[in-house]
Write a protein that binds this ligand. Structure first.
Ligand SMILES: Nc1nc2c(c(=O)[nH]1)N(C=O)[C@@H](CNc1ccc(C(=O)N[C@@H](CCC(=O)O)C(=O)O)cc1)CN2
Ligand SMILES: Nc1ncnc2c1ncn2[C@@H]1O[C@H](COP(=O)(O)OP(=O)(O)OP(=O)(O)O)[C@@H](O)[C@H]1O
Length: 260
């Protein structure tokens, strides 16, 4: 049985027996409900991690290539000038970004002139920065074994922090554990991306910049039925998903700007 089928059946059963009380309404949940939502998220993360572990490695690698080729060929990627992308971690079974990143850093005809910012975790208090890198050698493994940039480059200069940059980022390539077709995203629970994206969106508003396009990369098995992913008011929806089946535009921005 396919992992997606197992997940769908599990979600249906869990919802039916009350393990997952989905917040399909947009009202902010009461304080009493918040703990339950975080508990539901933890439960769902465990299920998704199991599903990811069960995907056949050759199927996973095929999906990695397909998703990356879709991104590399997409007009919204090709026309982006400044982007933030995650450095995929094999142990976390995330969609691989190595091909996308190396193409950006090679400055070839597809990706010429793009400026790349990647995450650096500063503390456990949901604080993450996005720092500019120009070479893959700018990265070292952190305590979670994820590659990230050193704060200072080889010449001793502080790397540019995207929050201090003079020009706007047009595109974010986002990781996550699970997604749905209405833009819900389940992260790894650190609150790093939600906090960062909220701050970046506020900065873009202050500067009168166009908001960046938020695109999450997903294996097919990570796209869950609508209503299954619990949300709080701090969870930010994504504009679009890229899975091996193609691009799924979600927001009006995505529908208007992705040229699909
Ligand atoms: N590649 C990548 N880089 C990233 C993130 C990410 O999700 N992926 N982050 C996104 O926030 C930030 C780091 N946050 C992280 C949060 C949790 C775990 C992690 O290892 N989680 C384990 C479970 C740990 C536990 O339960 O104690 C896991 O998910 O298996 C890693 C990174 C910034 N950089
Ligand atoms: N019961 C709780 N009450 C209040 N805050 C909590 C609770 N459980 C977790 N948090 C915190 O809420 C924040 C957001 O958690 P959430 O589960 O929404 O993260 P996420 O969306 O998966 O992560 P990310 O934004 O990095 O993708 C984290 O800082 C987490 O420590």
């Amino acid at each position: 049985m396919r992992a997606q089928t197992v997940m769908t059946q599990w979600c249906t059963r869990a919802a039916a027996c009350g393990q997952l009380r989905m917040s399909t309404n947009t009202n902010t949940p009461k304080h009493d409900d918040i703990d339950a939502i975080f508990k539901q998220k933890r439960f769902l993360r465990t299920q998704v991690r199991k599903t990811l572990k069960s995907i056949d490695p050759s199927l996973k690698s095929h999906q990695d290539n397909t998703v990356q080729d879709i991104v590399l060929g997409a007009p919204w990627f090709r026309s982006s000038r400044r982007l933030c992308a995650y450095i995929s971690c094999a142990a976390l079974r995330e969609v691989d970004t190595s091909k996308i990143l190396s193409q950006i850093l090679q400055h070839n005809s597809t990706t010429d002139g793009k400026k790349l910012y990647v995450p650096r975790v500063e503390d456990k208090n949901s604080h993450m920065r996005m720092l500019h890198i120009s070479r893959i050698d700018d990265l070292i493994a952190n305590s979670m074994d994820i590659l990230e940039p050193t704060p200072v480059d080889a010449d001793g200069n502080a790397r540019e922090d995207v929050m201090q940059a003079n020009d706007p980022v047009d595109l974010f390539l986002l990781p996550g554990l699970a997604f749905d077709r209405s833009g819900r995203r389940l992260g790894r629970g650190g609150g790093y991306y939600d906090t960062f994206l909220k701050n970046y969106q506020d900065l873009a508003k202050t500067r009168n910049w166009k908001q960046p396009l938020l695109v999450a990369l997903s294996y097919s098995e990570q796209i869950l039925d609508e209503g299954v992913i619990p949300m709080t008011s701090s969870d930010l929806p994504v504009d679009a998903l890229v899975s091996p089946e193609g691009v799924i535009p979600i927001s009006t921005t995505a529908l208007n700007s992705m040229d699909l």
